[in-house]
Design a protein around this ligand. Structure first.
Ligand SMILES: Cc1ncc(COP(=O)(O)O)c(C=O)c1O
Length: 439
C-alpha cells in the first residue's frame, strides 16, 4: 500500500510547483505564472527570499523547538519589540500561534477570560453576515459564510451576527451612501441589546472585508460609530487582520485607515508571508494584565515558536526596509485604475472595489438588478481557471450575494509587484473574463 495525499483539489490534476521568485511561480513543466493572489492573499514580500530562508535556517540550527511554558527566546522577544510600535493596539502583547484560525480561537478565549477575570460571565461573540474568520469550530461559529458553516451547524451556534458594510449590496439603501455607518452601528447596538448587554463579550470584524465579501471598504463613518458602540457596552473589539495586516491594504494594518484601536487584533498570512505558518493574537496591555492576573487557560504545542518568530522578524525587516507598505498603496491605486479602465463597462462586471493591493471584481448575471449567476455555472472558478491557463493566478470566492451565489475574483499579489506586472494582471484577467462570459 502506498500513502496518498488527501487533496484540496479532488478530481483535478494540479501542476507541480518547482520554484518561485518575487511575483512569479514556475512549475516542473517549465511554465511561468504571474501570482496575482499570493496563494490565498498570503505572500507579501514575494517568493524566494533567501534572506527569510536564511533567518529560518539559522534559528533552526541554533534551536528549533522549546515549549513556550519552559523557555523564553531571544527571537520572540526581539520580534515582539520590533512589531509592537507598528501595531494599532495600546501597549500590545503578542501571543504567536500557527495560523489565522488558531489566532481567532485564541482571541475569543482571551475575550471570555478577560470578562471572567472581571467577574462578568460574558460569552456571546457577535460577528458579521458573510464574514470569514477561519475553519476551526470557534472561528466558524463567529463567521457568517453559510456554505462553509452548513455541514457543521449542529456544532456551531453560540455566536450572533450583525450586518456587514457591503456597499454594493448595502442593507440600508435608504441611507446609502451617506450615513450607513451609523445604521450599521445601530444594528450592532440592537443585537447587543437583544442578546443582553451583560452577556456580550466581543465583536469581531475585518477592518476591510477580505476575500469572503471581496475587498469591501466600509464607509468612513463606519468604524468610529462601531467602536463607540463597543466601548459603551464594554464589548471588546477584535480586529481580524489576518488578510489586511502587514501592509496588504497600503497601511501597516487595515485599522490604521480609520485610526481604530482594537482591544484585540489577530493576524497571520502576511505576518510571515507564507515562509512559516505564523499567526498572532495581539491584546492591549489592559486586556493582557487582566487576563494574566486570573491565569489564562489555553495553549498550543507550537505557539511561541522561535523559528516562527525569526521568520516573522525577517519578513518585517524586508517590509520596512524595502518600503513595501507604501509600494502596496501605489501599486494598488494603479491596479484599481487599470481594472476600472478595462472592465467597468463590461455587462457582467457589477462592481470593482478595494484598497492597497486587495481588490475584487464582482461578477453578476444582470447589472441592472445585480442578480448573481446561478451557482451551477461556476463562473468565478471558470474565469480563474482560464486566467491560470494564460499564466495569471487569481483567487476566487463565492456566495457573497446571498450565501450561496455571488462570484468574486480577488486580487492580492505580492507587494513587490512591478507596474508592468500590474498591467499584465489586468490584461490576463480581462481576457479570461471576455473568454468565459462571451460564450
Ligand atoms: C479574515 C480571515 N480570518 C481568518 C482566516 C483563517 O486563517 P487560516 O486559514 O490561516 O486559519 C482567514 C483565512 O483566509 C481570513 O481571511
Amino acid at each position: 500500500m502506498t500513502g496518498s495525499v488527501f487533496s484540496r483539489a479532488a478530481g483535478r490534476d494540479l501542476p507541480v510547483v518547482a520554484g518561485g521568485r518575487g511575483t512569479e511561480l514556475f512549475d516542473t513543466a517549465g511554465r511561468r505564472y504571474l501570482d496575482a493572489a499570493g496563494g490565498a492573499i498570503v505572500v507579501g514580500i514575494g517568493h524566494g527570499s533567501a534572506e527569510v530562508a536564511d533567518a529560518i535556517a539559522a534559528q533552526a540550527r541554533r534551536v528549533a523547538y522549546v515549549h513556550g511554558s519552559a523557555f523564553a527566546s531571544t527571537a520572540l522577544e526581539e520580534y515582539a519589540e520590533t512589531l509592537g510600535p507598528l501595531l494599532p493596539v495600546d501597549d500590545p502583547y503578542i501571543y504567536p500561534v500557527s495560523g489565522g484560525s488558531e489566532a481567532v480561537e485564541t482571541a475569543l478565549k482571551v475575550a471570555r477570560a478577560y470578562h471572567l477575570a472581571r467577574g462578568e460571565d460574558r460569552s456571546v461573540v457577535i460577528g458579521r453576515t458573510g464574514a470569514y474568520h477561519g475553519n476551526t469550530r470557534g472561528a466558524l461559529s463567529v463567521s457568517g459564510r453559510d456554505g462553509l458553516r452548513a455541514p457543521y451547524l449542529p456544532w456551531l451556534g453560540s455566536a450572533a451576527h450583525t450586518t456587514s458594510p457591503y456597499e454594493y449590496r448595502c442593507p440600508f439603501p435608504e441611507s446609502h451612501p451617506n450615513g450607513c455607518g451609523a445604521r450599521h452601528a445601530e444594528a450592532l447596538e440592537q443585537e447587543i441589546v437583544a442578546q443582553g448587554p451583560q452577556t456580550v463579550a466581543a465583536f469581531i470584524a475585518e477592518p476591510i472585508a477580505g476575500a469572503a465579501l471581496g475587498a469591501c471598504v466600509p464607509p468612513d463613518d463606519y468604524w468610529p460609530a462601531i467602536s463607540e458602540v463597543c466601548r459603551r457596552y464594554g464589548v471588546l473589539l477584535i480586529a481580524d487582520e489576518v488578510m489586511t495586516g502587514f501592509g496588504r491594504t497600503g497601511r501597516w494594518f487595515g485599522s490604521d485607515h480609520w485610526g481604530v484601536r482594537p482591544d484585540l487584533l489577530v493576524a497571520a498570512k502576511g505576518a510571515a508571508s507564507g515562509y512559516w505558518p505564523l499567526g498572532l493574537t495581539v491584546c492591549s496591555g489592559e486586556v493582557h494584565d487582566t487576563v494574566q492576573r486570573a491565569g489564562f487557560v489555553h495553549g498550543f504545542t507550537y505557539s511561541h515558536h522561535a523559528v516562527g518568530a525569526a521568520a516573522g522578524l525577517a519578513v518585517l525587516n524586508v517590509l520596512s526596509r524595502d518600503g513595501l507598505v507604501e509600494a502596496a498603496a501605489a501599486r494598488g491605486d494603479q491596479l484599481g485604475e487599470e481594472l476600472r479602465g478595462a472592465l467597468s463597462e463590461h455587462p457582467h462586471v457589477g462592481d470593482i472595489r478595494g484598497r492597497g493591493l486587495l481588490w475584487a471584481v464582482e461578477l453578476v448575471a444582470d447589472r441592472e438588478t445585480k442578480a448573481p449567476f446561478p451557482r451551477s455555472e461556476r463562473v468565478a472558478e471558470r474565469i480563474v481557471a482560464a486566467a491560470k491557463e494564460r499564466g495569471v493566478l487569481l483567487y476566487h470566492s463565492t456566495g457573497c450575494a446571498n450565501g450561496s451565489e455571488g462570484d468574486l475574483l480577488v486580487f492580492g499579489p505580492p507587494l513587490v509587484i512591478t507596474p508592468a506586472q500590474v498591467t499584465e494582471v489586468t490584461a490576463g484577467c480581462a481576457t479570461a473574463i471576455h473568454e468565459i462570459l462571451a460564450r
